[in-house]
Design a protein around this ligand. Sequence first.
Ligand code: ADP
Ligand code: MG
Length: 235
Amino acid sequence: MELITGQDVSKVYHNGGVPIEALKGVSFSIEKEAFVSVVGPSGSGKTTLLNLIGCLDKPSGGRLLVAGTDVAGLGRTDAAIFRGSHIGFIFQSFNLIPVLTAYENVEYPLIMVQNVPAAQRRRQVQDLIAAVGMSDQQTKRPDQLSGGQKQRVAIARALVTHPQLVLADEPTANLDHDTAMGIIRLMKGIRKELQTTFVFSTHDVRIIDEAEGIYRIEDGLLKESHNQGGGHDHD
Ligand code: ADP
Ligand code: MG
């Protein structure tokens, strides 16, 4: 079943000067529980596409359905509610809150977005911290953690609300190759366990082998999309 469908989706940025056509009409669909990558060089439109899917911005044209909702039609408040209940985000620069411990960073969405009771909250946070292998480090603050450890915490934070969809914009760009592979495989393993759909962008050709589907964009156009049916399983 499809979780995301885009038909002729376009995005034009107007910043006073010449309008910039970041997406020039892309059509695609992404299945539930997919583990797919948006691949393309810097400036090709990857972040723009993920921001539209994540309801952080609106398409200029076309039609975009996420989990059955026409996201172009959502107002600011409804978009925020939709994000809070359906989507987890992982960023290139981790975006952890520096004054909070790893545990508190993971707990944060449950307090701010979902208002989950304390006992249930503790269970959910501890489960996710264990799933990303960070139980021993949970009282540390981000500045006491390595890049790979920070991204593990960020993955737990993205998943703690049990979203249907996780969007990760170049999640491995600030990591060395081995750590990057570890992070991608961790996301893949969790996807299987929690039945979450993962869409991640990258321009690192070395990690795209792990994806089960590839959407290659160049200059705002979808150049290629294919499923490699299962990808490689390493463990
Ligand atoms: P990528 O993530 O693949 O590097 P982006 O989606 O960030 O690509 O950018 C696609 C194009 O849109 C680029 O030409 C970029 O400069 C432009 N762009 C992105 N965001 C904005 C913005 N907020 N305002 C104006 N132009 C933007
Ligand atoms: Mg980008």
